[in-house]
Write a protein that binds this ligand. Structure first.
Ligand code: TMP
Length: 210
């Protein structure tokens, strides 16, 4: 896998809430470190001091769907300039827990923000920067809901997005799957409802090929 625009590897991790993405992200980061790679594990919204403050607002405050999209991209601009581009220029592997596909899926698919508007922001904020690989962790909505409800029962307070209804997540999931189908060279859908060791086997092969 080679990239024409940067030395490192830019890998993004996507999926609906409760798809097990964050657990797999941590495992994949360690697998890459074990293979001698320098890994920058980061997340969106967030990844910079200002981005993390915007994250707190985005995950808690009611706001219009357009404001949500704009703030996601404001946080992203900080992240791309201060964290992602420098790491890729050094030759590191950037493992980014969500990126612009999430805005298409959540604000676009979920909330109905026009994809053309999202595309305009994408072009402005990170024009030539495209992930080398996007892993879409996919589970049926019933499975993700059960995981989120289990977390809530264990004392984790659900954020604004995690409290959304099943129909919202159906639209988000459909958007992720449509984007993955439209760009199979970049995107790989990982069936995250399989046993952990099976998913890890697939991730180990991906780490070896990066
Ligand atoms: P996380 O649960 O993966 O940390 O992500 C935080 C939430 O933010 C998640 O519910 C998805 C949402 N989100 C968007 O709605 N749009 C975006 O562009 C990003 C990056 C995240």
């Amino acid at each position: 896998m080679t990239s024409t625009t940067h030395k490192g590897r830019f890998v993004t991790l996507e999926g609906i809430d409760g798809a097990g993405k964050s657990t797999h992200a941590a495992w994949l980061a360690q697998a890459l470190i074990d293979r001698g790679r320098t890994v920058v594990a980061t997340r969106e919204p967030g990844g910079t001091p200002l981005g993390e403050r915007l994250r707190d607002l985005l995950l808690a405050e009611p706001m219009t769907h357009d404001t949500e999209a704009l703030l996601m991209f404001a946080a992203r601009r900080e992240h791309v300039e201060h964290v992602i581009r420098p790491a890729l220029a050094r030759g590191d592997v950037v493992l980014c827990d969500r990126f612009t596909d999430a805005t298409y899926a959540y604000q676009g698919g979920g909330h109905g923000v026009d994809a053309k508007r999202i595309a305009a922001l994408e072009d402005w904020v990170h024009g030539d920067l495209v992930p080398d690989l996007t892993l879409v962790f996919d589970v049926p909505i019933a499975v993700s809901r059960e995981r989120l409800d289990r977390n809530a029962a264990a004392g984790h307070t659900l954020d604004k997005f995690e409290r959304e209804r099943a129909s919202f997540f159906e639209r988000v999931r459909a958007c992720y799957l449509a984007r993955a189908a439209a760009d199979p060279r970049r995107c790989r859908v990982i069936d995250s409802s399989r046993p952990l060791d099976v998913v890890r086997g697939e991730l180990a092969a991906i780490a070896a090929a990066l």
